[in-house]
Design a protein around this ligand. Structure first.
Ligand SMILES: Cc1cc2nc3c(=O)[nH]c(=O)nc-3n(C[C@H](O)[C@H](O)[C@H](O)COP(=O)(O)O)c2cc1C
Length: 372
C-alpha cells in the first residue's frame, strides 16, 4: 500500500505526526532510520516565519539525511499564510507543507485559530487556498479534528472544503477539540470522511500504539495512510514494525532494552550535533529519555536520573547502567504516553459560533504556540 500526494510517494503509507517539542530534526532522523514514511516537523507559526523570527526560521531547517522535507505551519490569516508558504518555496526549504487546524489550547482558539478555525468555513477555505496557491508544485495537506465538540462537528464540511481548495490530503485526528487527548479516537468518523472526499487521500490519526493498530485502522476505515503520534514516543522502533506490517511481515514488537538504548544513544548523538549546545540538547532530549525507559523495569532511581540529567555524561552513564537484557513488563510499553488529558474548557472568540458562514478575521498570536 503506497500513499501519494502531489508528486510525493510515501511507502509505507505512514506519517509521523507533527508534535510540538518532540518532532525536531534529530527525532525525525531517528524515526526515519528505523523505518520509512513521511516525518513532519514541529509546528512553525506562519507569522513567525514571515517576520523572520529566528526561532521559527531555525525550526524550518531540516537535517541533510531527510530526503523529504516536511513542515507543519500554523496560521489563520490567509495573507500571512500565503506569504509564509511563498517564502518556503522561494528558499527551497520544504517538499511538503501541512496546515494545523487541530490545536485546542486556549492561547490559540481564543483568537479563532487552530481547532476553532474550521468552524468558520469561509476563513478556513481562504487559509487553505492561500497556502495551496502559494505552494505551486509542493503538496499542501490539512490536519484537523472532528470539530469543537459533539454538538459542533466540522470535519465533513472542512474535509470537503479542503479538498475543493486543492489540499493534497486531509488528516483527521478523530477526537474533538474539547476531548484533547482523552477517550478513544473515533475511527468510524475517519471512515465517514473517506466517503465524503472521494479522490482526496484521508490520513487516519488517533490511538495507533502498535503496528497492528495501523492495519486495523486502514481495514476499518479505508483510509489511505496513518498518522502516528504518541505511539512512537520512546518507541521509534514502531516505524520498523510499521514497515514490516505494511510489507506483509509480522511485527517484531517491543525490543529488549539494549536495542532501545542503542536508539537512545543515536538520538542523543544527533541532538548534540544538531543543537551544538550541550545543555539545550540534553534538556530537549530528557523527555525522550524518560519515554525510552517507560515500560522497562529499570527501577525508580533510573527514572529519577533520567528526569534530572543535564549533561551528556550523565545520560551516557545512565544508559550504561541499565540492564540491556530487560524486556518490557506486560503491556506497559504500549501504555499511553505524552498527553492524555481532556481540555477543561474551550475558549473561543465572543460570538464565534453564531454563524458558521459569516466572515471572520483572526489575529494570529505572536507567541510561539504548541499543540495539536
Ligand atoms: C506533545 C504533543 C504535541 C503535539 N503537537 C502538535 C502540533 O504541533 N501540531 C499538530 O497538528 N498536532 C500536534 N499534536 C497532536 C498529534 O499530532 C496527534 O494528532 C495526536 O497526538 C493524536 O494522535 P495519537 O493518538 O497517535 O497520539 C501533538 C500531540 C502531542 C502529544
Amino acid at each position: 500500500m503506497i500513499l501519494m500526494f502531489g508528486h510525493l510517494t510515501i511507502d509505507p503509507p505512514v506519517v509521523l505526526a507533527p508534535m510540538a517539542g518532540v518532532t525536531d530534526a534529530p527525532f525525525r532522523v531517528v524515526c526515519g532510520e528505523q523505518g520509512a514514511g513521511l516525518f513532519v516537523s514541529e509546528m512553525v507559526t506562519a507569522r513567525g516565519l514571515v517576520e523572520g523570527n529566528e526561532k521559527s526560521l531555525e525550526m524550518t531547517r531540516h537535517h541533510p539525511a531527510e530526503r523529504v522535507r516536511s513542515l507543519q505551519l500554523y496560521g489563520s490569516d490567509p495573507a500571512v499564510m500565503g506569504d509564509a508558504v511563498r517564502r518556503l518555496v522561494a528558499e527551497d526549504a520544504a517538499d511538503h507543507v501541512d496546515l494545523n487546524f487541530g490545536c485546542p489550547v486556549p492561547k490559540v482558539t481564543r483568537n479563532g485559530g487552530g481547532a476553532a478555525l474550521p468552524f468558520k468555513r469561509r476563513l478556513f477555505a481562504q487559509v487553505v487556498a492561500a497556502a495551496v496557491g502559494a505552494a505551486g508544485e509542493i503538496p499542501v495537506t490539512v490536519k484537523m479534528r472532528l470539530g469543537l465538540d459533539d454538538d459542533r462537528l466540522t470535519y465533513l464540511d472542512a474535509g470537503r472544503i479542503a479538498a475543493d481548495q486543492g489540499a493534497a490530503a486531509v488528516a483527521l485526528h478523530a477526537r474533538t477539540a474539547i476531548q484533547g487527548y482523552a477517550g478513544a479516537a473515533r475511527w468510524e468518523a475517519i471512515a465517514r470522511l473517506v466517503d465524503a472526499v472521494p479522490g482526496t487521500p484521508v490520513l487516519g490519526n488517533g490511538d495507533i500504539w502498535r503496528a497492528e493498530d495501523a492495519v486495523a485502522m486502514v481495514a476499518a476505515t479505508g483510509c489511505a495512510g496513518v498518522v502516528i503520534g504518541r505511539g512512537c514516543l520512546g518507541r521509534p522502533w514502531l516505524f520498523a514494525d510499521l514497515a514490516r506490517i505494511f510489507n506483509g511481515e509480522g511485527p517484531l514488537g517491543p525490543p529488549d532494552l539494549g536495542e532501545v538504548v542503542a536508539i537512545a544513544r543515536r538520538h542523543l548523538e544527533l541532538s548534540l550535533a544538531w543543537y551544538r549546545d550541550e545543555p539545550s540538547a540534553v534538556r530537549r532530549f530528557r523527555k525522550h529519555l524518560r519515554w525510552y525507559l517507560q515500560g522497562y523495569p529499570v527501577g525508580h532511581d533510573a527514572h529519577r536520573r533520567a528526569g534530572l540529567a543535564e549533561t551528556e555524561a550523565q545520560v551516557l552513564s545512565l544508559l550504561d547502567d541499565v540492564d540491556p537484557a530487560l524486556r518490557v513488563v506486560g503491556s506497559a510499553v504500549d501504555a499511553p504516553r505524552g498527553r492524555t488529558d481532556a481540555m477543561s474548557r474551550l475558549v473561543l472568540p465572543q460570538g464565534w459560533c453564531d454563524d458558521a458562514e459569516a466572515d471572520a478575521q483572526v489575529i494570529d498570536p505572536r507567541v510561539a504556540v504548541s499543540g495539536g
